[in-house]
Design a protein. Sequence first.
Length: 66
Amino acid sequence: MPEHGPAVEAAIEGEPALLDPDVRRSPERVGALLHPGFHEFGASGRHWSRCAVIAALAERFSEPQE
């Protein structure tokens, strides 16, 4: 396996935390894990800014789960 720099290692270590509902409902915790320049493009082509992703996760995971 190729060696990675510290930034890549931090991203690899932080990725599983983004799957945790407790992390997803906390804008502070998600914000700490996402790079300031983060952008996401969905399969539909829709663009999500870092702020939009943080807000959407907080809203979705703060609602009671059935």
